[in-house]
Ligand binder design. Structure first.
Ligand code: PNS
Length: 158
């Protein structure tokens, strides 16, 4: 039984994330998506809210489950017995940071990280840009599922 772990901040989940989750779900028996905290980022949505949004948008994917986790990624990965970590790469600018994390996580746990290129139509998308557009009342409906757009509108309501 192969299980892929897709960790991230998911603040909030975008169509770019969903694309990576769906494509990974075709390659592994199970996919565990884990909203976590990134020490370098303050989030707009709580861990529970990020988990809820992920559950909503992956409800139709039978082999995908969501579990929020606070702590070290590899501790969680070992505990859940995952086969590999999967991360999406949008552009070469993502690579340095992701490579460092992948190598550190391998040193700590022996768990491999696989990089999946984002579909070109989503390559400009990031949660931070989505938040910024939503904060100023812009239309994010092409970037995030409707349920997420609704939550952003409520969070940033004037
Ligand atoms: O979506 P992001 O912000 O790029 O995700 C980064 C995340 C949450 C996967 C990373 O910060 C992480 O693994 N956080 C958990 C704490 C941890 O293990 N830190 C060391 C990672 S090398």
């Amino acid at each position: 039984m192969s299980t892929a772990l897709i960790p991230g901040s998911f603040d909030p989940v975008t169509y770019g994330h969903l694309d990576i989750i769906e494509r990974t779900a075709h390659l592994f028996d199970d996919v565990l998506v884990a909203p976590m905290d990134n020490a370098a980022k303050a989030t707009v949505f709580s861990l529970a809210e990020r988990q809820d949004m992920l559950e909503d948008v992956t409800a139709d994917l039978a082999n995908v489950s969501i579990e929020a986790f606070k702590g070290l990624l590899v501790g969680f990965a070992v505990e859940r017995g995952v086969s590999a970590i999967v991360k999406g790469l949008r552009a070469v600018s993502d690579f340095d940071y992701e490579l460092q994390m992948a190598q550190l996580n391998y040193r700590l746990s022996g768990i491999e990280t696989f990089f999946m290129p984002t579909t070109p139509q989503h390559s400009f998308l990031s949660s931070s840009l989505v938040r910024e557009v939503a904060r100023y009342g812009g239309d994010v409906s092409s970037m995030v599922p409707a349920t997420v757009a609704q939550r952003l509108a409520t969070r940033f309501a004037p």
